[in-house]
Design a binder for this molecule. Structure first.
Ligand code: HPA
Ligand code: ZN
Length: 335
C-alpha cells in the first residue's frame, strides 16, 4: 500500500511555496544574503516549529521568509519543491505565493514572480510537471493593501492563474475582500480562499456567496453545519484539505481525530495537500501515508482523493481527462 501511494499520479492544490523552504536552504540563503536568523541549529528549529495554533506558526513563517531576497532565491526554493514533486509523482501542482510578505520588505513583485515562474517552467520542460501560480492576499493586512497588490499582479497576468486568501483567519471574514475578488474576477483571475480552518462555517459560506470562489482551502469546519455540508456536496465544491498541517496547528488534536475520510464518505470533493511541508513534517506522500496508517485509509479512498485532485484543478478539461486517465491506467496496472 505504501508503495502504491508513493507511485500513484496525483495533483497538489494547496501548497504555499514559502512553506516549502526547508531549514537547510533557509540557512544557506541567510548566509548568502547576510540575514540574521533567530536560530542557528536544527535543534533550535525543531523547538521553534512546535506550534499551538495558526498564528504561532504564521509568526515564524513570516520571519523565516526574510531570507528570500533575490530572483535566484525564489528560483532555488521553487526548484527544490519541484524536485519533491518529481520524487512523489505529483504530475500537476497549483502553488500559492504571498507577495505582500516580500513587498513589505522592499522586494519587487516581479522579482518574486519571475524567480518562482522560471523554476515552474523548468519543471514543465524537464520533468513534465504542469503547474499554475495563485497569488494569496494576506487577510490580516486588509482589503486596501490587497487591492494594491492586485493592481501589481495585473502586469503579470500571463503568469498567475488566480487569487486566494490566506494568513490569520479568525477576525478577518472573507466578505471584507468582496471588491478585491470582484476586480480579480473581472480581470480573468480564478478565485479560491482559505476558510473553515480555524474560522467558523459562516466564513466558508461567505467565501462561496460573496467571493464566489471555485474551491475552499481547508474547509474542515464545514462538518459543524449540516446545511452547508449538503450544499458542498450538491454544488461539488472541492475542499483542499491538509491533514498534517491541521494536526500541527491543533485544528485536530491527533490524526486519528481528523475528519477527512468522513467528509469523503459523505460525498464531498476533498483532496489531500501538504500546505507548508517544511514546517509540518511532510510532503504530499507523507500526508497520504499518515491517513493510511492512522485513519485506515484504503486503496479505493486514496484513488478517489487523487481523482478529486485532478477534477478540482485549474487545468483545461482535456488536460484533466489525460491526468485522470493516467491515474486509472496506474490503478489497473497495480491490480
Ligand atoms: N492558513 C492560513 N495561512 C497560511 C497557511 C494556512 O494554513 N499556511 C500558510 N499561510
Ligand atoms: Zn494554506
Amino acid at each position: 500500500m505504501i508503495e502504491f501511494l508513493k507511485q500513484m499520479p496525483k495533483a497538489e492544490l494547496h501548497l504555499h511555496i514559502e512553506g516549502s523552504l526547508e531549514p537547510e536552504l533557509m540557512f544557506r540563503l541567510a548566509k548568502r544574503n547576510h540575514i540574521p536568523l533567530p536560530f542557528d541549529s536544527e535543534e533550535q528549529i525543531r523547538e521553534a516549529y512546535r506550534f499551538s495554533d495558526l498564528q504561532s506558526f504564521l509568526n515564524i513563517y513570516y520571519q523565516s521568509a526574510c531570507v528570500l531576497q533575490t530572483e535566484e532565491d525564489f528560483y532555488d526554493m521553487t526548484r527544490a519543491y519541484i524536485e519533491h514533486c518529481r520524487l512523489q509523482n505529483i504530475i500537476h501542482t497549483e502553488i500559492f505565493f504571498d507577495p505582500q510578505t516580500h513587498m513589505d520588505r522592499g522586494i519587487d513583485f516581479g522579482t518574486v514572480v519571475r524567480g518562482i515562474h522560471q523554476a515552474l517552467d523548468e519543471g514543465r520542460h524537464k520533468y513534465n510537471i504542469s503547474s499554475h501560480l495563485i497569488l494569496c492576499f494576506l487577510r490580516h493586512l486588509g482589503p486596501g493593501l490587497a487591492m494594491k497588490t492586485l493592481d501589481q499582479a495585473l502586469t503579470y497576468k500571463d503568469k498567475i492563474i488566480g487569487v486566494g486568501l490566506d494568513s490569520s483567519e479568525l477576525g478577518f471574514p472573507p466578505d471584507q475582500f468582496k471588491e478585491v475578488f470582484k476586480k480579480a474576477m473581472d480581470n480573468g483571475f480564478l478565485t479560491v480562499a482559505h476558510a473553515g480552518e480555524e474560522g467558523p462555517p459562516e466564513y466558508i459560506r461567505q467565501a462561496l456567496d460573496v467571493l464566489k470562489v471555485k474551491r475552499i482551502d481547508h474547509g474542515v469546519r464545514c462538518i459543524e453545519d449540516p446545511k452547508l455540508m449538503h450544499r458542498l456536496v450538491e454544488e461539488e465544491i472541492p475542499l483542499t484539505v491538509c491533514p498534517l498541517s491541521n494536526v500541527k496547528l491543533k485544528v485536530f488534536h491527533q490524526m486519528r481525530d481528523h475528519n477527512i475520510l468522513s467528509l469523503l464518505e459523505k460525498g464531498l470533493k476533498v483532496t489531500v495537500n501538504s500546505d507548508d511541508p517544511a514546517y509540518f513534517g511532510g510532503y504530499l506522500n507523507e500526508n497520504l501515508m499518515a491517513l493510511h496508517e492512522e485513519l485506515g485509509m484504503n486503496r479505493d479512498q486514496a484513488v478517489r482523493l487523487a481523482k478529486n485532485s485532478f477534477n478540482a484543478c485549474f487545468l483545461e478539461p482535456e488536460e484533466k481527462r489525460t491526468a485522470v486517465l493516467s491515474l486509472e491506467t496506474y490503478v489497473k496496472k497495480s491490480e
